[in-house]
Design a protein around this ligand. Structure first.
Ligand code: NI
Length: 141
């Protein structure tokens, strides 16, 4: 397969915005502006795909809950079994006497991943939950 060369395009920016971009590029340790901008575009594409709800995404669902609260563990386990094909791995840490931290690694169609995250986070007894979406890496150069 023929290797694609980098595409170039011209962007006009207000000078102050350009200065901030260059400062951030340096602070983040990028060796040049193009690498920083390419990462910003990838980040936006991942976000956009999550919102449009088509295609496959990967991510983590983080949950904190008090396992003494009635039925919470049972509810979370039931939801996870209902969507077992989306959950690749789970990690459970007992934070203290009451609180548990659970991290689920998920992969699947964006809309379904978002739905299971909403369901888990909304479950009674969950103190805090967050879905962090990333890409499967397959469709992102
Ligand atoms: Ni625990």
């Amino acid at each position: 397969m023929k290797k694609e060369t980098a595409a170039r395009f011209t962007v006009s920016l207000p000078p102050a915005l350009m200065r901030q971009l260059d400062a951030m590029t340096a602070e983040k340790g990028y060796t040049n502006r193009s690498l920083a901008i390419a990462d910003m575009i990838r980040g936006e594409l991942v976000e956009h795909r999550q919102k449009t709800g088509t295609g496959e995404i990967a991510g983590t669902i983080t949950l904190v809950y008090d396992h003494h609260k009635q039925h919470v563990q049972e509810t979370l386990t039931d939801i996870q079994h209902d969507h077992h094909e989306l959950i690749i791995s789970t990690l459970h840490v007992h934070l203290d006497h009451h609180n548990c931290l659970e991290v689920l690694i998920v992969r699947g169609p964006a809309a379904r991943v978002k739905r299971i995250a909403d369901e888990l986070i909304a479950a009674k007894g969950v103190k805090h939950g967050k879905l962090t979406v990333t890409t499967t890496g397959k469709d992102l150069p």
